[in-house]
Design a protein around this ligand. Structure first.
Ligand SMILES: [Fe+2]
Length: 599
């Protein structure tokens, strides 16, 4: 029984394939199209899922689409009559609904179906139940509270309920125009970060500021009994239809969602080219405080209503790893599960599992223990990608070699990391979700205080305030973090032990925290072996891990990894058992050894 799940005509479009209730493949379209958060239809992602499953499109019996334009129609109609939104917004929405409605033709094309072929049954799963299903049905829990908090999807911004075996009973929904995701988006835009998905920059900025604008920030959103909340619409304009959203093929675009009243409340908005000041940092810090107040107010009510101590969380707001790390201390929940594609990419996963369990009534048999559900490339594919770039590799005077065993490769790589080199690390199947987790990663030595600046100046060119994350051996978690739970998906931020902060400064954020990834020998043996080799040399079972990209989606194929390596100042590229070393690597290592000796 093959089910294909897709997220289409929204941001972060993606495809997922499950066979007999077990996940086989999951991948975001952006990795192929090379446009971050790409919207439209996931043509390439669907083809990649079929390839990974080794099947043809004719074998797909059910397709689950994570949109149901007909959901809450009466409510939408009443809203439209009451608010009289702009005609342009209505036209945009209508066009989007038509596209979702015509999905079957586009789908047949993506599946490679011929005119006489049997068509799969198409199920439209509402956006929020898809989020909830993405969190619960792949979690290790038989029974748990389930909650989704996001911007909007199918007119809903927050929903929660009780998951038990193969069923989720939704008990509450918060409807448009009230949305915690929109509060975060409004302030993100106010702070001059205008690209889709820039919210995580504000989260990185927040620890630099003093939260002294909390009183003003609380005016944007009011708490109501029973875990409800309401926006003060004076400060927003998304509800008027003045903020067009584009989900056509290409990068998603969002209009401004805050109203002029927000500038009267907080002062003039920052333009993207303006420097960040302590006032901006204070706004970011205050936003994080109020975001957590609202999120934990919702979660308190969820815990009370369900009586559960285990929580599965999804929706764009579940990508707020700072808040996630505080849930266990701030709410009655003891265990939290957030799968790596908690944002709209994950609705493809949720829709597929929703159909498997809640529509077809089949029992659960799968737990997501790692994120490696994307394409892999064998030795031959890697060798031919290297061959295709031979001229550039020679022109750059790079040294190419291939190790015979993983053990030798790991020991060699760990030694280069310990020397201070910046390593592109490309192994196995690409990660599903927003984070690189040791298969498409850039790795470096977390002990070097200057490493954040080195990576930023060589490769990433990103905002200086944004932290880099630590990958830590699961066994060493408590030696380095306070009160942390293991998280293979890098979805929770915890305090680093005060006595350890000076030991791993490159992954310690300004407030002494780290967004940790625990690496388990059982579920990620290759990456675990590398970190252990590094620990053997240095005594530190931690690596700095950032995504393998340069202001683009994470690299997918060996050719993209090579291009990124050749155009940036990365020192070493490891592709499977192959390594490519730049001539700059030896003097750089020497220089950094000397700096370290002096420092
Ligand atoms: Fe969503």
């Amino acid at each position: 029984m093959i089910i294909l799940g897709i997220n289409a005509y929204h941001a972060d479009v993606s495809a997922v394939l499950i066979r007999d209730g077990v996940l086989v493949a999951a991948v975001e379209e952006e990795r192929f199209r090379r446009i971050k958060h790409v919207a439209g239809f996931p043509h390439e992602a669907i083809r990649a899922c079929l390839r990974m499953a080794g099947i043809s499109g004719r074998e797909v019996r059910h397709v689950a689409v994570s949109r149901r334009p007909r959901a809450h129609l009466l409510r939408k109609a009443l809203y439209t009559l009451r608010r009289r939104p702009d005609a342009r917004l209505l036209k945009d929405r209508a066009a989007n609904y038509r596209r979702v409605g015509a999905v079957e033709t586009t789908l047949a094309e993506a599946l490679g179906l011929q005119p006489g072929d049997p068509r799969p049954q198409v199920h439209y799963v509402e956006h929020h139940p898809a989020h909830l299903a993405s969190a619960f049905f792949v979690s290790p829990f038989d029974r748990a509270a389930v909650c989704a908090i996001d911007g909007f999807g199918d007119f809903v911004s927050t929903s929660w309920g009780l998951g038990q075996d193969g069923r989720i009973d939704v008990r509450h929904r918060t409807f448009f125009p009230h949305s915690l995701g929109l509060v975060y988006l409004a302030i993100t835009q106010y702070l001059g970060f205008l690209h889709f998905g820039d919210e995580f920059k504000v989260m990185g900025l927040a620890p630099y500021g003093r939260p002294d604008r909390v009183d003003e920030m609380r005016r944007l959103v009011r708490l109501r009994p029973g875990g409800r909340f309401e926006l003060d619409l004076t400060y927003f304009q998304h509800w008027r239809g003045d903020s067009p959203m584009t989900w056509d093929e290409g990068a998603p675009e969002l209009g401004r969602v805050y109203a002029p009243a927000l500038e009267r409340l907080l002062g003039p908005a920052r333009r993207p080219e303006e420097p960040l000041t302590p006032e901006h940092e204070a706004v970011a810090a205050s936003l994080q405080v109020v975001f957590e107040e609202v999120a934990f107010h919702v979660l308190e009510a969820v815990a009370k209503a369900t009586g559960e101590r285990r929580l599965c969380l999804a929706g764009g707001c579940a990508m707020n790893s700072v808040a996630n790390g505080r849930i266990r201390a701030a709410t009655p929940f003891d265990e939290v599960f957030v799968q790596p594609a908690a944002a709209d990419n994950g609705t493809a996963l949720g829709a597929a599992f929703f159909v498997e369990h809640q529509v077809l009534g089949r029992p659960r048999s799968f737990v997501m223990e790692h994120a490696c559900w994307g394409p892999a490339f064998d030795d031959e594919a890697i060798a031919s990608a290297i061959e295709a770039r031979q001229a550039d590799i020679r022109a750059g005077q790079c040294d190419v070699r291939r190790f015979e065993t993983r053990r030798e490769l790991n020991e060699w790589t760990a030694a280069r990391i310990a020397e201070g080199l910046v390593i592109g690390w490309f192994q196995g199947r690409m990660e599903w979700g927003a984070r690189a987790l040791g298969n498409r990663s850039i790795l470096a030595d977390p002990r070097r205080a200057d490493m954040r600046d080195i990576i930023n100046s060589k490769i990433k060119f990103r905002e200086k305030f944004r932290p880099f994350a630590p990958s830590v051996l699961e066994e060493a978690l408590d030696d380095y973090f306070v009160g942390a739970a293991p998280d293979p998906f890098m979805q929770q931020v915890y305090p680093i032990r005060p006595e350890r902060r000076a030991e791993i400064p490159a992954v310690t954020h300004v407030d002494g925290t780290g967004r940790l990834q625990t690496v388990s020998r059982r579920t990620n043996p290759e990456y675990w072996e590398l970190i252990r080799a590094f620990a053997g040399l240095t005594g530190v079972p931690v690596l700095l891990n950032t995504s393998f990209n340069e202001n683009e989606p994470i690299v997918h194929a060996p050719g993209e990894a090579l291009d990124c390596f050749l155009r940036t100042r990365m020192d070493v590229l490891v592709l499977g058992l192959h390594v490519i070393v730049k001539p700059s690597a030896a003097p750089a290592a020497q220089q950094r050894r000397e700096v370290n000796a002096v420092g």
